[in-house]
Design a protein around this ligand. Structure first.
Ligand code: PLP
Length: 388
């Protein structure tokens, strides 16, 4: 076991700072510092206060990379410290444990799951496994860029299909482009940078049909933030034996972006093919933390609720200012600023916030990640000046 002092040293907090900010501690330590009988809900409330203070003290508030402002759950920190004992091991048992935990989480057998170094690795190994010999990739544009970028690196021809006027995947055009030379089809739902959810039945029909001609990758990095009633993951298409790969991540809802843990869900034959291309397992700390995060449903509900609260603050403010914003189903908002994003970036930096870069061709739309509700209140206070 890691000692509290070791934890403080590794987090760089120092003893004084952490006694003042117990919300940054693992659950076991937090309950000791806060006194006996403290509930998990109390710990999370403490965490919210302390995380906001710590982030402000660390420099500009990062609303630029769709990170989880709360970071990992206190229980994930406990698990990470337990993982310390295995940091010298190859093939720690937790690599099988997390595979089973995640398989249960999404409702598939464990042989349908590959655990990767972030979901970016799912995209890179897909590109290697299917388009190393060239060929074509069909993807919406703009979208999360890793798969198109990897395809281009491997000299595939990437068809970047512009989004339609509603910022949705243009499924008609994408369907026309899927042909004999297609090696991979990419969809991202909800999409990044636009934040909106595609029409479920239309996308599902498109995926099933395209999968009869080429493997289809469905990037569901933001699935955990969707609150549209009845929204379904495409994991059931995998279970139906279709040529579909779903990617998920521990970086967003679970707040583990720096620990690099992601997941591919696919038929066992596809999983075995992809396995040939991975570099290795994620590090043992990431595996322990992600395994605990998958089981910590209280924390998941906490982050989802806080994200909803912060997102509503920003969307309401934009509506009051008469700005068009995509209907976000993620932990970020994409809105029409009506001026070059670089100007907004500068304006917000001067007021202590980092926001997302430009996503051409939407050069005057801004992407802002959702911070803690308190951070979003501060952000909304300075927002009118950016758009005046
Ligand atoms: C849509 C989408 N997919 C995948 C990723 C990669 O996430 P990670 O590699 O951290 O799992 C991101 C990161 O922002 C993303 O926005």
């Amino acid at each position: 076991m890691f000692s509290r002092r070791q934890w403080l040293r590794t987090t760089g907090l120092g003893l004084g700072a952490t006694v003042a900010l117990p919300g940054l501690l693992p659950a076991s330590e937090m309950s000791r510092v806060l006194g006996g009988g403290v509930s998990y809900a109390d710990m999370l409330a403490q965490m919210e206060r302390d995380v906001t203070a710590a982030r402000r003290a660390a420099g500009p508030i990062r609303l630029c990379f769709n990170e989880n402002p709360f970071g990992m759950s206190p229980k994930a920190k406990d698990a990470l410290m337990d993982g310390w004992a295995q940091h010298t091991w190859y093939m720690p048992p937790v690599r099988e444990t997390i595979r089973e935990t995640f398989a249960k989480h999404v409702g598939v057998p464990a042989d349908h799951v590959l655990v990767t170094q972030g979901s970016s690795e799912v995209l890179s190994i897909l590109a290697m496994a299917y388009s190393m010999e060239g060929g074509e990739i069909v993807a919406p544009w703009p979208t999360f860029e890793d798969l198109p970028r990897w395809g281009e690196t491997l000299r595939a021809t990437v068809h970047k299909v512009p989004l339609d006027a509603n910022l949705d995947h243009d499924l008609v055009r994408m369907r026309e482009l899927v042909g004999a030379r297609t090696k991979l089809v990419f969809v991202c739902n909800p999409n990044n940078p636009t934040s909106n959810l595609a029409d479920g039945p239309s996308l599902r029909r498109f995926v099933s049909e395209a999968a009869t001609r080429a493997p289809v990758i469905v990037d569901e990095a933001y699935y955990d933030f969707v609150d549209t009633p009845g929204h379904r993951s495409m994991v059931d298409l995998v279970l139906a034996g279709e040529n579909v790969i779903v990617s998920r991540t521990a970086s967003k809802l679970f707040g583990l972006a720096g620990l690099r843990c992601g997941f591919a869900v696919a038929r066992p034959d596809i999983i075995e093919r992809l396995r040939q291309y991975i570099t290795g397992d994620p590090n043992v700390f990431g595996l322990h933390a992600a395994n605990a995060a998958l089981l910590d449903t209280d924390y998941q509900a906490f982050v989802q609720a806080k994200n909803r609260e912060g997102r509503a603050l920003l969307l309401d403010a934009l509506a009051r200012l008469g700005r068009r914003a995509a209907p976000s189903q993620t932990n970020f908002v994409f809105f029409e600023a009506g001026r070059p994003v670089e100007r907004l970036q500068q304006y917000f930096l001067e007021r202590g916030f980092l926001i997302g870069r430009a996503f051409p061709p939407y050069a005057d739309w801004a992407r802002v990640s959702i911070g803690t509700p308190e951070e979003m209140r501060q952000f909304v206070d300075v927002l009118p000046g950016a758009l005046a």
